[in-house]
Structure formats: structure tokens, C-alpha cells
Design a protein around this ligand. Sequence first.
Ligand code: IDP
Ligand code: MG
Length: 137
Amino acid sequence: MSQRTLVLLKPDAVRRGLVGEIIGRIEAKAGWSIAALELRTLEKATLETHYAEHEGKPFYPPLMEFMVSGPSVVLVVEGERVIEGMRTLSGPTDPIAAAPGSIRGDFGSIVRENLIHASDSEESAEREIKIFFPSQA
Ligand code: IDP
Ligand code: MG
């Protein structure tokens, strides 16, 4: 089943020069393709909508500060079971718990700066693609 998902390469990934490495892993998956891609410093208002479910949690203020600290790469990735697949490729939220071989497991060590966001469900993907690429909806 072909799907589309919203992916962010967070400011730590861009700062550390890991964009090529991460996009290479996405492109290496058979049949997956990049439908949209932009280097963009995210607006606070955009991030408030994106991360609305986390408002009020202790990690929310430092998360927002981190997410506006530099440019991110914003992508729409398309392909077979790409929503679940991008979550698997990324690994779980805590990079220390993430298996080696996953993006977070290979490159991350702290929970906030875990390199990548990928939509967690079909509903989230549809909602998030509209937030970042209103014209793609
Ligand atoms: P996800 O990105 O794996 O879906 P969420 O629970 O949706 O994880 O959290 C969104 C983002 O907020 C995480 O990717 C991470 O950057 C940050 N975050 C989540 N939980 C914590 C925490 O306990 N401490 C610090 N940052 C956190
Ligand atoms: Mg999430």
C-alpha cells in the first residue's frame, strides 16, 4: 500500500552534516521516493501546531527552543508502507534505546536531539503534510 509521510531532519542532523547520510538511507529503500524536500528554519507557530499534543509537558519548552535553533530539512516521503517504515528506520524516541542500524540508534545519544521526526500514523501523516506543505494536501 503506497503512502506518504512527513519527515523532519531536525536542526541537530543539519548542523552535524548528516542530511546526506539520512536521505541516503531513505532513498535506499526499494520503491520509496522523495515527493517534496526543503531546507527551512521552522516558525514557532508551525511547530506549535505540529507538536500540539505535547504542549504542557516538561520537555516541550526545550524541544521548541531546539527546533527553532537552526534549519531543518522538511520532506514528504512516498512509498510502500512508508509510515511504519520511516518509524522503523528512525528507531524509538530515546536514541540510547534505539537499535544500532536505526538512524537514532546510530547517531543519537540524547532524547531531545534525536535527529529525525516521522509521522506516527496515517492520520498524523495527513495532518502533518498539510502543516508543512499546504500545497501538497
Ligand atoms: P517521536 O518523535 O518518537 O514521535 P514524541 O514522543 O512524539 O516522539 O516526542 C516528540 C519529540 O519530543 C521527540 O522526538 C524528542 O525530540 C522530544 N522528546 C520526547 N520525549 C522527551 C523527553 O522525555 N525528554 C526530552 N525530549 C523529549
Ligand atoms: Mg511523535
